[in-house]
Design a protein around this ligand. Sequence first.
Ligand SMILES: Nc1ncnc2c1ncn2[C@@H]1O[C@H](COP(=O)(O)OP(=O)(O)OP(=O)(O)O)[C@@H](O)[C@H]1O
Ligand SMILES: [Mg+2]
Length: 298
Amino acid sequence: MHIIAIENFTKDYGNKKGVFDISFHIEKGEVYGYLGPNGAGKSTTLRHLMGFSKPDCGTLSINDLDCWNDKTIIKKDIGYLPGEIALPEDMTGIGYLKLIDKLRKTNDLSYANELIEYFEIDSSMKIKKMSKGMKQKIAIIMAFMHDPDILLLDEPTSGLDPLMQEKFIKLINSEKQKGKTIILSSHIFEEISKLCDRVGIIKKGKLIKEVVMEDLKHSENKTYKIEFKNENDFTKIKEKYPSAKLKTTEKQVIISITDNEINDLISDLSSCDIRFLKEEKHTLEEYFMKFYEDDENV
Ligand SMILES: Nc1ncnc2c1ncn2[C@@H]1O[C@H](COP(=O)(O)OP(=O)(O)OP(=O)(O)O)[C@@H](O)[C@H]1O
Ligand SMILES: [Mg+2]
């Protein structure tokens, strides 16, 4: 059984906005990175996992329970950090955390206190007087303090300074050691590469690629520029590799693959009439960056 299962999930907000036919699974103990440009659909997916809204099509489930129909049961074992936090301005940090503890009926602030110390927060301060980073830390504690098995984190380090980002990475790694299942959306490649087992890349509401981080780290990523002599071969390869960049006038494709995919590429190219093939090296950041570029073919 998958801990988190998303099957053909669609939420159509109109004007091509929303999330369209997304399917992916997350296993117990996995840290899954959810990466994509602004407006891609990351927060929409996480909000539907929380059962805040009903999907138009498809299903989202956690522990085999439906995120919409069984949201009250599911929520008990989830820690959620929203992308846009809204905390009650007139409360103190600790006052708010105590209220959450009471509402959840957990009656245990020990982990919250540990985290207050860990993140060096003055929790007696009124929330309205807190900086952005301080508010973010309070929201992080709210998501973690009841020690849930599943964490849904929407851009968790947004507003944190580099030192606190490092502390957050250590926290996630220690939660991972405890066997937690974590999905986190992020724009920070370094964070993704330090934390995640797998990464799903979402663009314009569609899941365009899933990457196993170990494969990416251990295999050298390569980019090949290929120019074809004829239109047919160019068309065939561009259809086979929809994420390839194209230079249509010169019948060129630029394909980025991992070492594991090299045999497939060679076999695909073996029947083509090629003018030239050139290898271009690139980094992990570049590998992800290409999915951000405003290119219709990516
Ligand atoms: N309640 C809503 N009503 C209408 N459109 C919405 C609503 N919520 C989100 N959208 C649209 O759906 C798309 C996906 O939004 P979403 O917030 O999920 O993106 P995101 O990947 O989280 O982006 P970001 O990186 O900026 O946080 C956007 O085009 C957004 O404008
Ligand atoms: Mg978002």
